[in-house]
Ligand binder design. Structure first.
Ligand code: NIG
Ligand code: FE
Length: 412
């Protein structure tokens, strides 16, 4: 049992478990000033104001004094690709010089570059490099992360990636969810035979992935130039037979129909959403699908921004995640996502905090155990450095304001 006392402000306090915040409610953020937080075993046991310290809290043997510091629930990063073999800064230079996506692909860039490299890398080496990235994001305050496959693109290498994720789950204190993304791109050896590749995913990959219990979710890159709505439907239907709930890459490059197909198959989330209009918004309303925006990818690729204010005005919730991957978002810093939410998407700090904690917990099916300071939830919290206000978190962009991270009730 340990106590954090003299907390300047305890952020995102929810006495009752709520799944997410939507619309105008995203502006709500409950906090307690001059607070304490008691952690027992791996759970948030109790909290309150210092003027009202419980008897149990008074008896805690391990005590941290957080004078001048704040405590937040850890970020939940509901969309990443952190198992990968190589960085792709050469492609980045080509992009700076003005080369198009097609030209970059011709020079061996893009997703297929990562595929080639990953196929040649051992499971152990992949594990080691992904482990380092996990440590890095943990130090920025991430306590839960969803990780996708999708750089293998053949049965053996997709299984290899998912086994790496399983090992990360076993060893790490972070909460980890695994997503099968065999439909990330068509691999070179299937060029011109996309239907056959989709058949391979359906007939071989999904049954094997599910047979080994390697994935929690299934993802498809449903967008212009990648997979069609019809192909997406076929793959989602097969995945759902095995209990894999969809999380879709949708509407990054065009009005692709990805949002609607995601909602049709009760996706947990549809992600990217640069191209969203009235049809997409009305399909998402009254669904159980979390619209998820990835500010890092839009920033890095210089894309149009998702109309998040319009979506919130319509009553929708918004989650935000890092999309940490070597091609479109080589950073998993959720504090930077928080800043980008405010600066580039004009979200209020309260909305941005909801998007990166509670709502992103929902987008990885964890909002009953993570995403807020609620009695009984898993004690994944961070203590900040001394900061003047919680608004300072998005304001002071690019700096690490996190001092200590606690995962499963253990100081990291
Ligand atoms: O989420 N949009 C599709 N896939 C990734 C990019 C992956 C890559 O370029 O390696 C994304 O942005
Ligand atoms: Fe992605």
């Amino acid at each position: 049992m340990f106590l954090i006392k003299n907390i300047k402000e305890l952020i995102q306090v929810e006495n009752e478990c709520i799944p997410y915040r939507a619309g105008v409610k995203m502006q709500e953020l409950n906090t307690l000033k001059k607070a304490w937080l008691l952690i027992k075993n791996n759970k948030i046991h109790d909290y309150g104001e210092m003027s009202n310290l419980s008897l149990e809290a008074q008896q805690a043997t391990e005590v941290i004094d957080a004078e001048g510091k704040m405590v937040f629930p850890c970020f939940c990063d509901s969309h990443t690709h952190i198992v990968y073999a190589n960085s792709r800064e050469i492609e980045y230079i080509d992009k700076i010089k003005g080369l198009s996506y097609e030209e970059i692909a011709k020079r061996g860039g893009g997703i297929l570059n990562s595929v080639q490299r990953l196929r040649n890398m051992s499971e152990d080496d992949l594990f080691e490099s992904a482990w380092e990235r996990l440590e890095e994001i943990k130090n920025y305050g991430t306590g839960a992360v969803e990780i996708k496959s999708g750089y293998g693109l053949d049965t053996q290498n997709e299984l290899k990636m998912l086994r790496v994720i399983r090992r990360l789950k076993e060893k790490s204190e972070l909460t980890i969810k695994a997503t099968f993304l065999g439909a990330h791109a068509v691999p070179a050896e299937y060029k011109g035979r996309q239907k056959e590749y989709v058949d391979l995913i359906i007939n071989e990959m999904i049954p094997m992935v599910a047979g080994e219990g390697l994935a929690d979710f299934i993802d498809v890159f449903c967008d212009k130039g990648f997979f069609t709505v019809e192909e997406t439907e076929r793959m989602l239907m097969e995945g759902m037979k095995y209990g894999l709930r969809p999380k879709i890459h949708a509407n990054e490059l065009d009005f692709s129909g990805g949002v609607q197909v995601g909602v049709k198959y009760n996706a947990l989330s549809v992600d990217h959403l640069e191209y969203v209009g009235d049809a997409e918004i009305s399909s998402l309303l009254h669904s159980e699908t979390m619209p998820t925006v990835l500010p890092g990818a839009a920033f890095f690729l210089g894309m149009v921004h998702s109309p998040v204010r319009k979506m919130m005005n319509a009553g929708l919730p918004i989650a935000m995640a890092s999309d940490f991957n070597p091609g479109s978002s080589p950073s998993g810093n959720m504090q930077l996502v928080l800043s980008m939410a405010c600066i580039q998407y004009h979200m209020l700090p309260e909305e941005a905090i909801n998007a990166t904690t509670l709502n992103s917990a929902y987008a990885m099916d964890c909002s009953d155990t993570l995403g807020s300071i609620t009695r009984g939830k898993i004690a994944n919290v961070f203590i900040t450095k001394k900061i003047p206000t919680y608004e300072y978190m998005p304001y002071s962009y690019g700096n690490n304001k996190v001092e200590r991270v606690i995962l499963n009730g253990k100081l990291q």
